[in-house]
Design a protein around this ligand. Structure first.
Ligand code: NAP
Length: 205
């Protein structure tokens, strides 16, 4: 397992900020970017503290491990941001067609959302995670009186999954492996049985 001291975060909204907060609290440097530029993120990085830096989207895409915390439908705009080959990309997106969830899902045909994302980020090692819970559950302390907050993950690259599982564990979540981007993705994505499920895990024995 590789430890990633610097983490890129694309998207600085609910999910991006929640993940960034966990990362800085656990000693990682964070490069966080949005579409409007770093000057719009000064309050966000002040809140996150000295380990967080507001950067351009291009810069946020440079680390070996990048969180995708952007709307699903903007993913095609990210294709040319960097050479994605070999990078671990943690895909937190849910495949809404527009910014208005009432307008339904983006049509990706027979693919799962993360398989479609993988098709736009050539060579990236995608790990689906964090999309099944509301941002408030990511921002909260994962250790609840009745157990640890579960974060499901899925991916087709075993090494990338091990790194992400290690990070989830470090953040204090109960990381549960659901397999590959197809089978796991079907369980996790919008309309899947585990989407929107907030589960706590109790370790017994
Ligand atoms: N909110 C939740 O509880 C939740 C739960 C599970 C999964 N998700 C998924 O997680 C993703 C993020 O959700 P969110 O609630 O955090 O969204 P959000 O609060 O609307 O934030 C979206 C972020 O993406 C940035 N962005 C948009 N286009 C971009 C681009 N081309 N390049 C770089 N950054 C770009 C936005 O920056 P600008 O403002 O500068 O455009 C903004 O910082 C979505 O796919 C959502 O479906 C959300």
């Amino acid at each position: 397992m590789t430890t990633h001291s610097t983490i890129g975060i694309l998207g600085a909204g609910n999910i991006g900020q929640a993940v960034a907060d966990k990362a800085v609290r656990h000693g990682h440097e964070v490069l966080i970017g949005n579409s409007r530029g770093p000057e719009t993120l000064q309050a966000v990085v002040e809140q996150l503290g000295p380990k967080a830096r507001a950067v351009t989207a291009e810069e946020a895409a440079q680390p070996d491990l990048v969180f995708l915390a952007v709307p699903f439908f903007v993913v095609p705009d990210l294709t040319g941001l960097t050479d994605w080959s070999g990078k671990i990309v943690v895909d937190a997106t849910n495949q809404f067609a527009t910014a208005n969830p009432a307008e339904g899902r983006y049509d990706v045909g027979d693919l799962t959302g993360s398989e479609w994302v993988a098709g736009h980020l050539a060579g990236a090692r995608i790990v689906k995670a964090f999309n099944t819970v509301f941002a408030a559950f990511i921002a909260a302390d994962p250790q609840h009186a009745d157990g640890r907050q579960v974060i499901f993950y899925a991916g087709d690259d075993a090494d990338a999954k091990a790194d992400v599982a290690g990070l989830l564990d470090e953040f204090g979540f109960a990381a549960l492996d659901l397999g590959g981007l197809r089978a796991g993705g079907q369980l996790m994505q919008l309309g899947g049985p585990l989407n929107g499920r907030h589960l706590l895990l109790q370790d017994v024995g």
